[in-house]
Design a protein around this ligand. Structure first.
Ligand SMILES: Nc1ncnc2c1ncn2[C@@H]1O[C@H](COP(=O)(O)OP(=O)(O)O)[C@@H](O)[C@H]1O
Ligand SMILES: NC(=O)OP(=O)(O)O
Length: 312
């Protein structure tokens, strides 16, 4: 039996609540498929589209009514953890009931400590919210002059926010306790709520969105997982992605992965953080492996029949 941390992509969760629940319901058999194979799973998820939508919704509503206040990014991530966790709990419980497996599920609202002076605070690189065309971005910039927008991996323009590196998971002991009691734990959603510790040892939220792939690597290290599964919309990592000579990779060593990163084979803000997080996890201890695969083919990836394996 292996302990597996599974990171689900925010972009794979759809654009509204109904779509999100449907996609999670469709994904649940793959997740439970891993438990049926005898493994223990911990689930984390992205929130890029969702955190941007929540933040924008409160901005827009506060302009319409003085009864509605703006909502800052840490609170927006907390909200996204709540409603994505709720959908995951429902979808996973429904599947567990269908296959007659007596497991429990719980979502932990998770704070993740980041460095107050992380250089990311002066260089926003994390894409959030919807995709825009360049013309729309010009008009949005007039309304929100401080907002930064940039092209996201050839898919359109998106708002960019700071994405500091995760250092510690504040709710570490709660997560470990739930795992000891045979819970399927959902944690570190949206990379976790970014917090910094003050001089008195208290935590305070900061305006950023942590990359869920890096947070998931930290979670996998923290719970002593043997595997980190990063599930997204493609079956395998590719080199020369999108070109005539695209080559899908079955596996790569950490050394090969580092070389491909240096060559610029992986798009920033999409595949690059996944490969970097995989490298970080594999290097963090012995017998640690990472798999980047599609959500639908997770059980196949566990048997080595799909996905890209990253190993020492
Ligand atoms: N070299 C590559 N190999 C495979 N996919 C790539 C590569 N470079 C960029 N991509 C794109 O990255 C996407 C995954 O990133 P993203 O959608 O941001 O992830 P998430 O599922 O976490 O939201 C893939 O669906 C694919 O379109
Ligand atoms: N927080 C985060 O990394 O979300 P996505 O995976 O949706 O980009």
């Amino acid at each position: 039996m292996s302990r597996i941390v599974i990171a689900l992509g925010g972009n794979a969760l759809g654009n509204n609540a109904e779509e999100q629940q449907r996609k999670i319901d469709e994904a649940a058999p793959s997740l439970i498929g891993l438990i049926k194979q005898g493994h223990e799973i911990i689930v984390s998820h992205g929130n890029g589209p969702q955190v941007g939508m929540i933040n924008l919704a409160f901005d827009a509503a506060s302009q319409q009514s003085d009864k509605i206040a703006k909502m800052e990014l840490p609170e927006c991530t907390a909200m996204s953890q709540g409603y994505i966790g709720y959908h995951l709990q429902k979808g996973i419980l429904k599947e567990l009931k269908r296959v007659g497996m007596p497991w429990h599920v719980a979502t932990v609202v998770t704070q993740v400590e980041v460095g107050e002076h992380d250089p990311a605070f002066s260089n926003p690189t994390k894409p959030i919210g919807a995709f825009y065309d360049e013309e729309t971005v010009q008009s949005l910039k007039k309304e929100k002059p401080d907002a930064v927008f940039a092209e996201d991996a050839g898919r359109g323009w998106r708002r960019m926010v700071a994405s500091p590196k995760p250092m510690e998971i504040v709710e570490r002991d709660s997560i470990l306790n739930l795992l000891d009691h045979e819970f399927i734990v959902i944690a570190c959603g949206g990379g976790g709520i970014p917090v910094v510790k003050d001089a008195k040892g208290n935590y305070n939220g900061v305006p950023a969105v942590i990359d869920k792939d890096f947070a998931s690597a930290k979670l996998a290290e923290t719970v002593g997982a043997q595997y980190l599964f990063i599930l997204t919309a493609v079956d395998k990592v590719a080199i020369n992605f999108g070109k005539a000579n695209q080559q899908n990779l079955d596996e790569m060593t950490v050394e090969q992965a580092e070389k491909y990163c240096e060559e610029g084979q992986f798009a920033k803000g999409s595949m690059l953080p996944k490969v970097q997080a995989a490298i970080q996890f594999v290097k963090s201890g012995e017998n640690r492996r990472a798999v980047i695969a599609s959500l639908e083919k997770a059980p196949m990836a566990m048997k080595g029949e799909s996905g890209t394996l990253i190993h020492a």
